[in-house]
Design a protein around this ligand. Structure first.
Ligand code: SAH
Length: 395
């Protein structure tokens, strides 16, 4: 195995079990490891810090598989990591209210660069780093062994693969191809998922817990579901007794699926309307028309892609929250989110409070929200907490 030696004083993060080693921390590579090959990481003093996956083209040059000098990284190791991750989801397997959940959450599950989501009888995977890519065959076989399914489908059509020197890939990895739409159940609500062309692996599984929270408050509400995608929050709200819902999204296919999902849940269709448009514009129009709601959900896409765009993103979040707050009746609820990893919970809190100041409203935080429990965050890997939200009441 190739040895990689770090510069003096650059071992701090590895010693603190952070899985990423940036190229600038590396002093010497004794060999020419292939993409994804396991490499041994040493401190400047020669202490073995662990084994990671080498990625020659990424700024994140090594992603740690294991820390210390005890374990070998081989097929048995990778299998064990998958078993460990899947075992942690037994809570979902045991219940019959939800059959779509994340099986493996990348770094936080000790398998850097691997996302594996279960949708009914299928598993959908994303390989976003050279290390996971190298062990693809073993990972797929382990997923089949520990979470038996009809087929495993790949959705590695994500931009981040470019940084790893990997091409986009999609297709069947094992078993049967998935149907055009997979019907899933989430806490009793049914949704159709397009795992081939939908966002992420098909559905925003990370919002499951927050959809459940919103349900508790939705009875009797007029709901505005902004950035609705395929209906998620709004359909859950109507199932929980909301009086009406307006879904707003830019994407026509997403709204088409939102309509099908509405019908699937036997929500009265006349309680639901669907607007294809830009949320910023639609909300401004609603404000100008004097419309108001009891519950506004704001679940925008990632506004901040890089540190350089963070301040611009913050302005976008503030604008949208200001508009959302203005549409709330007294006592109305705002469920607002940011899935930009760069936007810390503190900064997000500040942005929403700045919006409250501009809106001249008294606002309470009822609950802090975050990605669902099948999307754990590595305790020593804060980058893993990307989705945060606030459930607020405005007076
Ligand atoms: N809340 C959803 C997930 C939302 S993902 C759920 O629970 O499933 C973000 C959505 O915002 C995507 O569907 C995307 O099409 C949409 N979107 C992005 N920018 C938008 C804009 N400016 N106006 C309206 N929709 C937008």
């Amino acid at each position: 195995m190739t040895d990689i030696t770090l510069h003096p004083h650059r071992d701090f993060s590895v010693l603190h079990r952070h899985p990423w080693i940036f190229s600038g921390a590396i002093a010497r590579i004794d060999g020419t490891p292939e993409p994804g090959e396991p490499v041994r990481v040493l401190s400047a003093e020669g202490e073995v810090l662990g084994i990671g996956a080498f990625s020659p083209s990424s700024q994140i040059r090594v992603r740690m598989w294991t820390f210390g000098d005890k374990q070998a990284v081989d097929e048995a190791f990778v299998r064990d990591r998958v078993a460990r991750a899947v075992g942690g989801r037994a809570i979902f397997i045991a219940e019959d209210q939800t059959n779509a959940y994340r099986l493996v959450n990348a770094e936080a599950d000790g398998v850097p660069g691997l996302i594996a989501d279960r949708y009914g009888d299928w598993i959908v995977c994303q390989f976003t780093a050279a290390g996971a890519e190298r062990w693809k065959r073993e990972i797929v076989s382990a997923l089949q062994a520990f979470s038996p399914c009809r087929g495993v489908y790949e959705r590695s059509d994500v931009d981040v693969r470019e940084h790893e020197g990997l091409p986009p890939l999609t297709g069947v990895l094992a078993g049967e191809p998935p149907p055009e739409r997979i019907e899933i159940v989430e806490n009793g609500c049914r949704y159709l998922v397009d795992v081939r062309a939908g966002h992420k692996t098909g559905f925003y599984l990370d919002q499951r817990d927050s959809r459940e929270t919103v349900k508790r408050y939705a009875n009797g509400c007029d709901v505005l579901n902004a950035f609705s995608y395929t209906g998620g929050f709004g359909i859950a709200a109507v199932a929980a007794g909301a009086a009406s819902v307006i879904h707003v999204d830019l994407s026509e296919p997403a709204l088409e699926l939102a309509k099908s999902n509405t019908a699937l849940n036997t929500c009265h269709v006349d309680e639901s309307s669907f607007i294809q448009g830009n949320v910023f514009e639609v909300l401004r129009k609603f404000r100008d028309e004097g419309r108001s709601f009891d519950l506004v959900v704001l679940d925008p896409p990632k506004f901040a892609e890089s540190k350089g765009s963070l301040m611009k993103a913050a302005r976008g979040y503030k604008d949208i929250n200001l508009l959302g707050i203005k549409l709330l009746r007294p006592g109305g609820l705002l469920a607002t989110f940011s899935c930009s990893g760069l936007m810390t919970p503190d900064l997000f809190h500040k942005v929403v409070s700045d919006a409250a100041v501009d809106a001249k409203r008294d606002i309470q935080v009822i609950k802090r929200l975050q990605q669902a429990e099948d999307h754990p965050e590595g305790l020593c890997f804060p980058e893993g907490l990307y989705l945060k939200g606030l459930l607020c009441r405005a007076w």
